[in-house]
Design a protein around this ligand. Structure first.
Ligand code: FPP
Length: 248
């Protein structure tokens, strides 16, 4: 079925965020090593980007590695970092040709050198692309991001560059790593867990949350279209009553 038959292109989320969960369980179900699941997860990332581009979603943010993920066995951490370098190196040409811009959030300086360098190179190369922005959250913690913003705010106040009593939400948002990225309208978490896990805590305030049992390696084009379809059936009230939304 064509995507135009099931989703309303006038009511697309501009920004979709993903907590890509279940790679390990997917691999275990097939008697395979966890890294086999992560490698299959990269294929889902590629398919989701391709589909999003095709239908016209402008921003995707993907939680690829949290600050908590460092506690995993070193073999898995190393495998994930290698996969990341491999994916960036192999995909950057195609991303660039397709007008995809790469951004990151999180402390990427804390990643292994070759990871950091390949990310910097890919970001530099794709920085003027306009079709779709892919934001990879790497070594990311939302609490850390908010804390860093609060520290910057304090510094600016100490230097008398701003008046703390006048600071608005929009001003604070400008101090976050996502400062030029609109908030996501939709968050998708795969694999049946219903948690936010320290992801985009500020930015998700009004986001629609969508949880699916599908493990990330099985989350492909059809699953994305289904999630967007579910999003489009919801009524986003932003604290108002239904009648107010219908009138607007
Ligand atoms: C969660 O599954 C997944 C991760 C922590 C890593 C996600 C990373 C990728 C899909 C590869 C990233 C690559 C690019 C290019 C973005 P899990 O291991 O926690 O699964 P489990 O809960 O079943 O154990």
């Amino acid at each position: 079925m064509d995507y135009k038959d099931i989703i309303d292109l006038q009511n697309l989320p501009k920004h979709i965020a993903f907590i890509m969960d279940g790679n390990g369980r997917w691999a275990k179900n097939q008697g395979q090593h966890r890294l086999f699941g992560h490698a299959a997860g990269v294929e889902s990332v590629k398919e989701v980007i391709k589909t999003a581009r095709e239908i016209g979603v402008s921003y995707l943010t993907m939680y690829a590695f949290s600050t908590e993920n460092w506690s995993r066995p070193s073999e898995e951490v190393e495998g994930l970092m290698n996969l990341l370098v491999e994916a960036i190196t192999n995909e950057v040409d195609e991303m660039h040709q397709n007008g995809v811009r790469l951004l990151t959030i999180g402390n990427i300086k804390g990643l292994p050198g070759k990871c950091y360098e390949s990310l910097l190179e890919a970001m530099e190369r794709t920085k003027n692309n306009k079709n779709l922005t892919l934001v990879l959250a790497l070594n990311y913690s939302a609490r850390q991001e908010i804390l860093e913003a609060a520290k910057k705010l304090t510094e600016l106040a100490q230097k008398q560059e701003l008046d703390v009593t006048q600071v608005k939400e929009e001003d604070f948002a400008q101090l976050l790593q996502t400062k030029d990225i609109p908030d996501p309208e939709l968050l998708i978490r795969t694999s049946g867990e219903c948690r936010i896990s320290n992801f985009l805590l500020w930015q998700l305030s009004y986001t629609e949350l969508y949880f699916t049992e599908i493990h990330w390696p099985d989350f492909r084009r059809e699953a994305l279209l289904e999630a967007i379809c579910a999003y489009q059936k919801r009524e986003r009230r932003f604290g108002m009553v239904s009648e107010q939304i219908q009138k607007a």
